[in-house]
Design a protein around this ligand. Structure first.
Ligand SMILES: C=CC1=C(C)c2cc3[nH]c(cc4nc(cc5[nH]c(cc1n2)c(C)c5CCC(=O)O)C(CCC(=O)O)=C4C)c(C)c3C=C
Ligand SMILES: [Fe+2]
Ligand SMILES: [Fe+2]
Length: 385
């Protein structure tokens, strides 16, 4: 309580000083929308450091002697992962798409929410540039007083959004930015705008089949898998992915058979299945011909869509006799999706919510750092707590 009062009084003082220092005619500082994601290597030369940062992150995996082991794994994996990025044009397009999404979103937000305009997007990637520190410096230079953190993962996992939140908390403290009014959109797996955008992508792919083929079509929702150890700790990601799938299927009128399947397993430990590669092979052997695969847990193209789905699994499908293999497009800068992004932020600003109710609840068996301190940190911005 004392902590909250102290925070609020410091905040009022800082707001007053900022206002007093600002000439009357200048525009108020932007409402920041901080788009967080793990990011991807922009060039082949960034692949090694991307992997090193990922394997060093104790929110994604905990290894004995982690700094040394991470160095070793990153060095060993770099050549094969470089080849994958080479085959998709020499790097991850995630920064390009996030910028486009952010620009479209901020324009729409200014119209939807003039009372908090101007809005400005900032980008904080976890493993590559622009890092959280860069975004915070930019926000500080712009004199930001109100910031909405908007995870670009629709479904929450301690290993993705949780990790970004942990990094952000460290950055806020290190940069003395506790006085900014922070709130967080930590998940949005069933938001109607997101569901509409995804459903439209699936419908467009289904429309490419002949009516005869469509009768026989199967929808495969494919998401990045998680190690079983993470799931057994109580990570909400698989359930949230399933809820997105359920909503898309409802919107499609439940007319097609579908399965939720899991891709991108790494290393020898058990991961959640069924694995996308096995499903493609098994359905091919069972004589299925028309499979539409839908990347349900990503909002833009990644190595998972452009390499795994479009090259690796497409090849498997062809070998297995699947003649009608199709992949629903990623949301990227689709106007339905960027409108959904603006609506999500607008509704959040209107709601006065600091984080979702789910965010407060630590995973029952979680040992990840993000499951602890970050929750309490953002709780302290919530007057209802
Ligand atoms: C919803 C998205 C993701 C979850 C959940 C997730 C969990 C998770 N991932 C690993 C290990 C790796 N992931 C790697 C790459 C990678 N992961 C995601 C998304 C999720 N990961 C993306 C989008 C990417 C690629 C970025 C791009 O540019 O496309 C990698 C590196 C690639 C490789 O070495 O194969 C690893 C490793 C774990 C252990 C985990 C959960 C604990
Ligand atoms: Fe991953
Ligand atoms: Fe957790």
């Amino acid at each position: 309580m004392l902590h909250t009062i102290l925070r609020q009084s410091t905040k009022c003082r800082s707001t007053f000083l900022t206002m007093a220092a600002r000439p009357m005619s200048t525009q108020r500082p932007p409402t920041a929308v901080l788009l967080t994601n793990m990011g991807g290597p922009e060039t082949l030369d960034d692949v090694h450091d991307f992997l090193l940062n990922l394997f060093t992150d104790r929110d994604i995996m905990k290894l004995p002697f982690q700094p040394a082991i991470a160095k070793w794994i990153a060095k060993r994996r770099t050549p094969s992962i470089r080849e994958q990025y080479d085959s998709i044009g020499g790097g991850s397009p995630i920064l390009k798409w996030t910028r486009k999404q952010g620009q479209a979103m901020e324009k729409l937000l200014d119209e939807l929410s003039p009372e908090t305009a101007p809005h400005k997007h900032y980008i904080a990637f976890r493993y590559v540039k622009p890092f959280t520190q860069h975004a915070l410096e930019e926000m500080k230079a712009d004199g930001v007083e109100r910031a909405v953190v908007f995870t670009q993962y629709p479904q929450y996992s301690c290993s993705t959004t949780g990790s970004s939140m942990n990094e952000l908390q460290r950055g806020i403290v290190a940069n003395g930015m506790e006085n900014v009014k922070w709130s967080v959109i930590d998940r949005w797996p069933t938001h109607p705008g997101f569901i509409e955008a995804m459903t439209t992508k699936v419908e467009r792919k289904l429309a490419e089949y002949t009516p005869e083929q469509r009768k026989d079509a199967i929808i495969l929702f494919s998401a990045h898998s998680l190690p079983m150890s993470v799931i057994n700790r109580g990570d909400t990601y698989p359930a949230e992915v399933a809820s997105s799938v359920d909503h898309v299927m409802k919107r499609l009128g439940n007319q097609y058979p579908y399965r939720l399947i899991w891709q991108s397993q790494v290393g020898p430990q058990p991961w959640l299945g069924p694995q996308t590669a096995d499903v493609v092979k098994n359905y091919g052997e069972a004589g299925k011909k028309n499979l539409v695969v839908v990347p349900i847990a990503f909002t833009s193209d990644h190595i998972e869509t452009l390499f795994e789905l479009d090259q690796e699994y497409a090849e498997e499908a062809e070998k297995a006799g699947i003649t009608g293999w199709k992949r629903a497009e990623a949301l990227n800068d689709d106007p339905i999706f960027t409108k959904a992004m603006a609506t999500i932020v607008h509704e959040h600003l209107q709601s006065g919510q600091v984080v979702s109710r789910q965010y407060y609840l630590r995973c029952p068996g979680c040992t990840f750092d993000s499951c602890g301190t970050t929750r309490n940190f953002f709780k302290s911005y919530d007057p209802q707590q």
